[in-house]
Design a protein. Sequence first.
Length: 133
Amino acid sequence: MGGYDSHSRGQETPRAPGSSWALLLRSWLGGTQEHVAGPALSPALLDKLALSEDEDDRCEAAYRPECPPATLGRLAHDRHMGVRAGVAYNTSCPPEVLAGLIRDVEPFVQQVAARNPNCPRHLLAVWQLTQVP
């Protein structure tokens, strides 16, 4: 990964260097979305990335702040934890999507959703009560 990837009709999409997992972890620990570099992507291209068989493509769409809410909602049910964590991390993620992700089977996804400023406070309070000290 890195450089440019072609996704549609000769257009090249800038891709951040490094794996999606490493980017997500670095950004989660640092609390920024600085890994999302380059120009904003169109909703159509983000939808195309979200439907890709490639997990890195779906991760790229999941943590792009310009990703449409409906696309984030679909990606929140992805089979790969990294994609769901990317959605949970996205500061544009709607509260109703975060409400499901804070109950994800993977504790990491739950933690990322809990740190999202859009996470509904009442769900965050319930989630915090379920955490083992």
